[in-house]
Design a protein around this ligand. Structure first.
Ligand SMILES: [Zn+2]
Length: 287
């Protein structure tokens, strides 16, 4: 069922595990993630970036597809449909479209303006029963054309935004989007511990989950991370499986060109990636 992310993340924080946010790009992606969550009895968050929303013909199309799929596939685990790194304008579009959760990425505004806009969205989301994620400190890497370095957020700024009443908080702790460079310094657990101490029960969000070593993921969960975003890893798995299918010439055998056959190995690869992550994050059986 489609729900806000509030309850699942409160439970995750209390139970010392994390819920995965898996970004979707099309019907196959969505189906693969929903079926895996149901099979493993895990709560799940479907992430939609503005670029992906545009690609899928708008947020309304996405929300309608997800709702119909939840019905049609009898998905009983809690599912949140979440706008990833939303601009102020996109947040309102997703609220109207029927999303159950949004992220307002005000990290590029001065802190005063980030606070003012976040406050306004807190009130709207509260009224409509949506969860709201805020971001403090820019998270590095490239996301929809915006490139940043792996910065660390200021714990006092984190507390200021958390106190506005957001549901969950994304804070830069040296993490970046996309593949990590060979000379990456790793996550700053010092920063994470300081933020955790300041924000108390607020679930923290780790962006850029692709390629962070497993022991670092586990330590981050121990220190208060309750939501981990995975995007690139599913893309890499899908591409590799599709490449293998074509390179083996399987699209040239019989009806191997049928899109339902051609895309099947990629779908299975996404399922395997999602399963691996849910096991690592500890969300299996928590729905
Ligand atoms: Zn992100």
């Amino acid at each position: 069922m489609l729900v806000s992310a509030k309850e699942m993340l409160t439970k995750a924080k209390e139970g010392h595990y994390a819920v995965g946010q898996f970004n979707i790009n099309n019907l196959e992606w969505t189906k693969a993630i929903l079926l895996t969550a149901e099979e493993l009895k895990s709560p799940v968050i479907l992430g939609v970036s503005e670029g992906a929303g545009k690609y899928m013909c708008g947020f309304k199309t996405v929300a309608d597809m997800v709702k119909s799929m939840i019905n049609e596939l009898n998905i009983t685990v809690p599912v949140a449909l979440h706008l990833d790194h939303g601009t102020y304008e996109a947040c309102y579009k997703c609220i109207d479209a029927g999303f159950s959760s949004i992220m307002f990425d005000g990290s590029h505004y001065a802190i005063e303006e980030n606070v003012a806009k976040t406050k306004e969205l807190v009130a709207v989301c509260e009224e409509k029963g949506l969860s709201l994620e805020a971001e403090v400190g820019s998270i590095g890497g490239e996301e929809d054309g915006v490139v940043g370095m792996g910065e660390c957020a200021d714990p006092d700024e984190c507390k200021m935004i958390a106190d506005l009443g957001v549901t969950m908080l994304a804070a830069g702790i040296g993490n970046i989007h996309g593949k990590y460079p060979a000379n990456w310094a790793g996550l700053s657990f010092e920063t994470l511990a300081a933020i955790s101490e300041k924000v108390g029960k607020m679930p923290l969000v780790l962006h850029g989950g692709t390629g962070i070593p497993e022991d670092m993921i586990k330590k981050a969960i121990d220190l208060g991370v309750s939501k981990i975003n995975v995007n690139t890893e599913c893309q890499l798995a899908f591409a590799a499986a599709t490449r293998a299918y074509v390179e083996a010439g399987k699209d040239l055998q019989g009806k191997g060109f049928d899109p339902r056959k051609l895309l099947a190995p990629g779908v299975e690869a996404i399922k395997a990636t999602v399963k691996e992550k849910m096991e690592l994050f500890g969300s299996v059986g928590k729905a």
